[in-house]
Design a protein around this ligand. Sequence first.
Ligand code: H79
Length: 449
Amino acid sequence: MTASAFFRTRIFVFLTTLSTLAASTSPAADAPAESKADRDARMKWFADARFGLFIHWGVYCVPAGEWQGKTNYGEWFLEETHMPVSQYEKFAGQFNPVKFDAKQWVAQAKAAGMKYIVITSKHHDGFGMFPSEQTDWCIKSTPFKRDPLKELSVACREAGLKFCLYHSIMDWHHPDWGTRRKWNDKASGEPDMDRYAAYMKAQLKELVTNYGPLGILWFDGEWEKPWTPERGEDLYKYCRSLQPDIIINNRVGKGRDGMKGMDKGPSVGDYGTPEQNVPDNGFGPGVYWESCMTMNGHWGYNKNDNHWKSTKELIHNLVVCASGGGNYLLNIGPTSEGLFPDASVERLKQMGDWTKVNGASIYGTTASSIGKPKWGRSTTKGDTIFLHVFDWPKDGKLVVEKMPRSAKRVSLLADAEKKPLAMKAEGGKLILNVPPSAPNAVDTVIVVE
Ligand code: H79
């Protein structure tokens, strides 16, 4: 495949209007862009999946968010404490997660209804969670004589989940990252971004070769000046050359509109990445996106953070993502023992109770033409519309204001017998007789065929 064949139709936000533009960012316009059909085929598993697990795991889980009386650190520990790199490196010597069980993590994610796992192969502190030949600043320098990424990749494949990696572009440890920190006492000489890009590529080659095929490469930390659009395009092309069907998020390039996460203009990358927010109405058909979010207030493990979101809030977020045509990537920060925090485990279980019964209204669905009803949300698949009722009507009548077509049969998704609910069509509206109290207090799903 030629270099420019990698560049595709890009979709981007212009002011508040979303426009679909056929724009190639390739400097050489002689080769055809990936066709929409080919792109949709490559993105299909991602669009069907809707729900994934993010895992932020690195040596920052050793201090567990606490240092010199302050308790609010996470994976940004090195940057926020300004600890000398030589001192931070000592956490590697204490990282020995002997309770880590890849099969158990994957089973917990699967039971929650998650279809893919994205784990940090390297966060901004540069530490590799895999034995890299490119550096000693990786799992090799810990007492833990195992390869957690290998174990997880195998467990994912066995369980039918896609295995994906988060790999930070910004690197506070590497001497060649262009904006070197003053507290990096291990680095000398002048930073050289060409050398840095070669280092990243060599690590990515190891990752794709030894843990692949990967579902997604999830880049981050692209916003600092040394990272340029040209470097982003080059890295995108390189990763696709290693594995043509790999999916790459938009943070490989420079187009991202801050935490809103969608691209401001033409840029490389396959999908948008809202962070810590769920867009209210999605971005229209054909736009791929995924909201990533913490379960409490930190990505990396913080032993003092008890600001856990309720399961209800997490389920609603998943449903709002699906109803806007996007995915929900929910984070866990495991401990230095190798365990998911209890509160995370509990929430995964509870989400699983809901997805087990109601998964048909999430996986493989898209946004429905009903839009955003007063009582909740809606998704659709084929000839079926799923009504997600967050606020159950007190008078036993659920009104669907904008019914696109006449309904043949209406029932509760949780009802295996599909007992029909009484209904009445009235001037484009559909009025349903529903039980007096909500069968599911979080989100009762009604199936309209
Ligand atoms: O890995 C997790 C966090 O450590 C990382 N992304 C998630 C997935 C993260 N890095 N930074 N942040 C979260 C918040 C940083 C925001 C800012 Fe910016 C960076 C503000 C200004 C520069 C993002 C990029 C918003 C504008 C540009």
